[in-house]
Design a protein around this ligand. Structure first.
Ligand SMILES: C[S@@+](CC[C@H](N)C(=O)[O-])C[C@H]1O[C@@H](n2cnc3c(N)ncnc32)[C@H](O)[C@@H]1O
Length: 230
């Protein structure tokens, strides 16, 4: 599946940002800003954004960062990273092409680790996701913070049904039409309805070894920001 995920991001890289912004009517931008602001408060000087894609989260972080902060933007898709590199230069960001499961850094390197709209991509199985979360924990310094922004599940049954309907009937065909990638938006419409509720994801973080876990629902639970500490 990993090869499949990488291939999908090769196909959608050129339209990824545009489709996100129109199909969330700009909420994705606002949510990343919110997560970045939250993440950056008192977060030390060395930050890692994993599965960074076109660098949207890394840029939001950079805008909140002081001049002494260094940000590493890591992704295994070269076309996605290339898009990030082509954007207006933002201070403090270094780009690395790498796999998130084995991060090329020693233990206890980072003060902050963020991931946005990508945890679903590594959720092939619960154990598999936990092994990634443990890898994130490994590279964080003791006391370092983890911030996860991801789609979630509204607690209202009616809203949840509407949200899944919107993903299947609007996001999937429109995304496919604009990007030309059927696989990309079928994958998205498969993973979004199956992802964890905020409570379930908090429990996964606990099981992976994080503490001080907190979650904030966004737009009635369509997305959520989780914060946790090593
Ligand atoms: C939905 S995009 C999210 C990009 C960005 N974080 C954002 O907020 O828009 C998911 C990204 O995760 C990357 N990705 C998925 N699995 C990965 C893995 N195992 N290692 C590294 N990158 C991965 C993909 O290449 C893609 O760029």
């Amino acid at each position: 599946m990993k090869k499949g995920v990488r291939k999908i991001y090769t196909e959608v890289a050129h339209t990824y940002d545009f489709i996100n912004h129109i199909l969330t009517v700009g909420f994705d931008i606002y949510w990343r800003k919110k997560a970045a602001k939250n993440a950056s408060e008192g977060a030390g000087t060395l930050w890692l954004d994993v599965c960074s894609g076109t660098g949207e989260m890394a840029q939001s972080l950079s805008r909140c960062a002081g001049s002494n902060v260094k940000i590493i933007s890591l992704d295994f898709s070269f076309p996605m990273l290339l898009k990030a590199l082509q954007k207006r230069r933002v201070k403090n960001i270094t780009f690395i092409e790498s796999e998130a499961r084995r991060l090329p850094f020693p233990d206890a390197t980072f003060d902050l680790l963020t991931i946005s709209f990508a945890t679903r991509n590594i959720d092939h199985k619960r154990d598999f996701l936990i092994s990634h979360l443990r890898e994130f924990l490994r590279v964080l310094k003791p006391g370092g913070r983890f911030v996860n922004l991801e789609t979630s599940q509204p607690s209202s049954r009616l809203l949840r049904k509407f949200f899944h309907f919107y993903i299947r009937r609007i996001v999937r065909p429109v995304g496919t039409l604009i990007s030309g990638s059927k696989a990309g938006y079928s994958y998205l419409s498969f993973t979004v309805p199956r992802f964890y509720s905020p409570e379930e994801f908090s429990s996964l973080l606990r099981e992976s070894g994080f503490r001080k876990i907190d979650s904030q629902k966004l737009l009635f639970g369509v997305s959520a920001i989780h914060t946790a500490v090593k």
